[in-house]
Unconditional design. Sequence first.
Length: 119
Amino acid sequence: METRGAVDPLLSREALQARIPDYTSGQDPAFGLISPVFADLSGLPPLIIQAGTHEVLLDDALRLAQRAATADVEVTLDITPGVPHVFQAYHAILDEATAALDRAGRLLSAHLAEITIAR
């Protein structure tokens, strides 16, 4: 959260800290069902993690991808330069968002096609 704090226009450590009680409802933030960074990821289907280089959660995205790979989960880490957190929500005005959603859709389609062929 510190390495990208100056470039993230949407989130900050302070803003996220203030929301922890709402998000965790009194549970330990390190509980795997609350934070996938701490979860047992073994057995998950292929995973795509999309993040922007201008978001405070980029390091968490990198950590999650590493943990998934360590758990033998097929993982695609998709980092888009110059965009903030949840940039995909701005697909109507941001070409990078449209492209990221297209990449996610192609990955999902390919995975579903593999499942269909395997049956």
